[in-house]
Design a protein around this ligand. Structure first.
Ligand SMILES: [Zn+2]
Length: 158
């Protein structure tokens, strides 16, 4: 079983291993309360990025050690503004786990937060296909022209 906690599925499996039926059950547990207290004792209650008062603790992953509090290095105090920036793309849609991870790392490194590529519309996709097909036709024509030029030379030399 993957216990790295790098997806919500893996997190939920780890929670099951620890005897929790859901993430909200975990968040309501004395275990989480003690992990939360340990993190804020060690790291304070200001945003790890901008030093504003924290709104919550951000998990970068949910391994068994992260959930039990054996490893506190992947849980970070974060303010509301920074957390929203990490969790939501600029168009307002919720980022999925892998994206949130990447965006948190970028935020900490003061880089632009990565955005998902916009999916092309059917019309745009068709135009791309046609442009590609035209390019292949052009290359084929070029090759044919070169070949036709070369054939008399080959025949002369033969
Ligand atoms: Zn912040």
């Amino acid at each position: 079983m993957n216990t790295k906690g790098l997806s919500y599925k893996s997190r939920n499996e780890n929670l099951k291993t620890l005897g929790f039926v859901s993430y909200s059950a975990y968040l309501a547990s004395p275990l989480w309360a003690s992990v939360r207290d340990l993190v804020t004792e060690q790291r304070g209650t200001r945003c790890v990025k901008c030093r504003e008062p924290m709104a919550c603790l951000h998990h970068q992953r949910y391994s068994l050690g992260d959930l039990t509090g054996d490893d506190l290095s992947h849980i970070h105090p974060i303010c509301n503004r920074c957390h929203k920036k990490v969790e939501f793309f600029s168009d307002g849609t919720k980022a999925r786990f892998g994206w949130v991870r990447k965006r948190f790392i970028a935020l900490m490194a003061s880089r632009d937060l990565p955005e998902k590529k916009k999916r092309k519309s059917p019309v745009e996709r068709k135009a791309c296909r046609q442009a590609r097909a035209a390019e292949w036709r052009r290359i084929a024509e070029e090759n044919r022209a070169l070949l036709l030029k070369a054939v008399p030379l080959i025949l002369d030399n033969g």
